[in-house]
Design a protein around this ligand. Structure first.
Ligand SMILES: Cc1cc2nc3c(=O)[nH]c(=O)nc-3n(C[C@H](O)[C@H](O)[C@H](O)COP(=O)(O)O)c2cc1C
Length: 366
């Protein structure tokens, strides 16, 4: 197998990252992403500090279900949500000391109204952001990182963002991911990713204002070319891609070359899908009997976008869906590789499918 744990240490190697996305960036998606790019930094789904505390009390199995990941996924970042420093400290310690996450990030950007003060709402309280970052730093025994927005509600001046960043820096933070829009509490989370206008200029301005902070820009970046531009033209430390990386994971196949100046890992979709099939079969086999069906579904989900933006996209999705529906009628689960084989055979039946399967990564950043 040609994948391995040869990723370099995280700090300073964050030119490209895939954003944390609940219900999306689970370990299965991250494994696929890692088959596509050796270097891209992968964030996990946000995990509540309190969920880690509860799972720790429930035992190792519960904790493993929440936090375990494959060694191949490194470098991988745990993102924590919450507002209680003691819980944050303990959660960060478990993430790093027990599970080996490469960094721990505080979510100060989610606009969901969960709990009294969480996610973007934290930005109204810079001192609490500082306390939480300090708690993560103590627990993780490394500087916390922060993901925030430009502001929240009426707390959206440059001065207010400065107060948040200053508090974070005083707590040891040296890397901040800024989603280039403000958050509007009360507006649903999906609209909060489109209604508040994108202001890349405001994130770029932080580069000069904060020379000692590594600034990663996020929001609306859809191509490696755009990601590269942020670094080359504006001096950003890195770019983070969210929705587009999930919808079209194949864009990551050129990331090692375009973003890190290293050889690409994947040579074709065919090869990546063959390696992923082996992984997915193993993930189902290893799951407890009670969880096998859920793992089966989750493990097949990330590959649905593998042909996005090609003439085969619809045929691929349809073939995968049909096979998964057929599966529901069976008494025993077939391995995910069997589903993949049928979907791949559908593509191989057409010249366009064969071409896309064998195609090398796009030269995407020029
Ligand atoms: C389905 C979904 C789930 C998300 N979950 C999280 C999360 O857990 N933590 C977080 O900080 N941001 C979360 N986000 C926001 C993304 O990390 C990112 O900031 C946002 O999508 C903007 O980047 P993009 O335009 O490249 O998608 C989520 C976004 C989506 C679409």
């Amino acid at each position: 197998m040609w994948y391995g744990t040869d990723a370099p240490p995280l700090s300073g190697h964050e030119a490209l990252s895939v954003a944390p996305m609940v219900d999306h960036t689970d370990r299965h998606f991250r494994f696929l992403a890692r088959l596509l790019s050796r270097r891209t930094v992968l964030y996990g789904e946000m995990i509540w500090d309190s969920a880690i505390a509860k799972s720790a009390a429930d035992g190792l199995d519960a904790l493993d279900e929440l936090l375990s990941f494959s060694a191949e996924e490194h470098p991988v970042v745990a993102q924590l949500g919450g507002s209680t420093p003691e819980l944050m400290e303990r959660a960060a310690e478990i993430c790093v000391a027990r599970y080996g996450y490469d960094a721990v990030n505080l979510n100060a950007g989610c606009p969901a109204a969960s709990g009294p003060c969480f996610g973007a709402a934290l930005m109204k309280r810079p001192a609490l952001v500082g306390e939480l970052c300090a708690a993560i730093g103590r627990g993780a025994r490394m500087p916390a990182t922060l993901k925030c927005r430009l502001g929240v509600d009426e707390y959206d001046s440059a001065g207010h963002l400065d107060a948040v960043l200053d508090a974070a820096m005083a707590a040891g933070v040296d890397h901040v991911v800024v989603h280039a829009r403000k958050a509007i509490l009360g507006l649903d989370t999906a609209k909060n990713r489109s209604v508040p206008p994108l202001r890349h200029d405001a994130v770029r301005a932080l580069v000069d204002a904060y020379p000692h902070l590594r600034i990663t820009i996020n929001g609306g970046i859809k191509t490696l070319r755009a990601a590269r531009h942020e670094i080359d033209a504006f001096g950003l430390h890195g770019a983070m891609i969210g929705r587009q990386a999930y919808a079209q994971p194949w864009i990551l196949a050129d990331a090692d070359r375009a973003m890190f100046g290293a050889p690409n890992r994947a040579t074709s979709r065919d090869e990546v899908l063959a390696a992923f099939a082996v992984y997915a079969d193993g993930a189902v086999e290893e799951a407890s009997p009670a969880r096998q069906a859920a793992v089966w579904r989750a493990a097949l989900r990330p590959i649905s976008g593998m042909f996005a933006s090609t003439p085969c996209s619809k045929a691929w999705r349809q073939a995968l869906l049909e096979e998964q529906h057929r599966e529901r009628g069976r008494e025993a689960l077939v391995p995910p590789s069997a589903v993949l084989d049928v979907a791949l055979a559908t593509l191989r039946a057409s010249a366009a499918g064969r071409r896309e399967l064998g195609m090398a990564p796009p030269d995407s950043a020029g």
